[in-house]
Each structure stands twice: as C-alpha cells, then as structure tokens.
Design a protein around this ligand. Sequence first.
Ligand SMILES: Cc1cc2nc3c(=O)[nH]c(=O)nc-3n(C[C@H](O)[C@H](O)[C@H](O)COP(=O)(O)O)c2cc1C
Length: 175
Amino acid sequence: MLNILAISGSLRAASTNSALVEALAGNAPSDCRVEVYDGLGGLPIFNPDDEGERTPPEAVKLIDAVTQADGVIVSCPEYAHGVPGGMKNALDWLVSRDAAVGKPAMLVHASPRSLYARAALAEIMRTMSFALYEGAALEIALLGKKPAETEMILGANRQAMRDAVQAFAGFIRSR
Ligand SMILES: Cc1cc2nc3c(=O)[nH]c(=O)nc-3n(C[C@H](O)[C@H](O)[C@H](O)COP(=O)(O)O)c2cc1C
C-alpha cells in the first residue's frame, strides 16, 4: 500500500483545487491511500530563525507528513502569474530538510490556464530535489465552476483520476 499526501494550494471554501485533491483521495486505486493535507492555512509564515528546535508544531506536522508519505500530489491555483503565498510558504518550510529530497511528486491541474504557476512550481520543487513525475499530467477544467458543477465534472472523470494516481504509483515503485 502506498501512502500519498495530496496538497491543495487554495484556501477557498469552494476551492476547485481542494475538490480535485479530495476526489483523488476518494477515487484512489485500491493499492494507494491518498490523504489530503489540511494544515496549509494554519502554517506560520516561514522564518529561517524558526527552524531546528524552534520549528513550530504546525510545520513539524507538515514535515512529518511529507517525510512519511511515499509521494506528494500538488494541485495549486495561480495568483498574478505566481504560486499563491500559502503554497510557497508550505514549500519553504520543507527546503532545508531531507523531507523533499528524492520524494516523488506530481502536479495536477484544476485549471487549463495557470501556466506560470505550473512552471514556477515545477522549478521550485525540482530545486528542492523533489523527484517530479512528468508523465501523465492530469488536468480537469474546473476553473470558475461552482461546487455542484465541480462535483459533476469530477464524477465524470473518476477513471482519469484513478489512472493518474496509478501512473504516479508506478513511478514511485520504479524508483
Ligand atoms: C487574486 C487572484 C489572482 C489570480 N491570478 C490568476 C492568474 O494570474 N492566472 C490565472 O490563470 N488565474 C488567475 N486567477 C484565477 C485562479 O487561478 C483560478 O480561479 C483558480 O481556479 C482558483 O482555484 P480554487 O478554485 O482552487 O481556489 C487568480 C485568482 C485570484 C483570486
């Protein structure tokens, strides 16, 4: 059984990225457990002075979750051609540790746009030494959709979601 941690970069209650990671968790192949990280909004702003023994408990929880996961899936919106602060903040807490080093990671997309954020996230995560899986990129066009419509579209894409996680699991196992 592989344990995969899924992170949404949006804090919006009706977030399409959060709906996508929840749907990935709900439709995971039988040999994968996808757990959704829910601590993004509670993380203190990263400060290198607060590392080591002073690392805040919320950050310790994130670091432990990434360390224990076999792989990480990120679904993140784009704000002003960049990565939203909350997502970048979470990644910053992982920079000067071993948690991300060689950790398989996959980006999935809830918007057909967001090309700057996709490129930036890939660059950031590669720089942090995540092992970025760039095979089957999952993109489900949920941009601007309300929750009911989002649920309907996700429901119609169960197989695509399962296939994407299965492909990522294959990548994890091949390493
Ligand atoms: C402040 C702000 C800035 C945004 N800037 C961009 C942008 O530069 N490019 C883009 O493609 N979408 C942009 N968007 C749209 C979001 O990326 C899009 O609505 C996304 O699907 C929201 O994700 P969520 O539903 O998970 O919150 C922006 C949205 C907000 C709120």
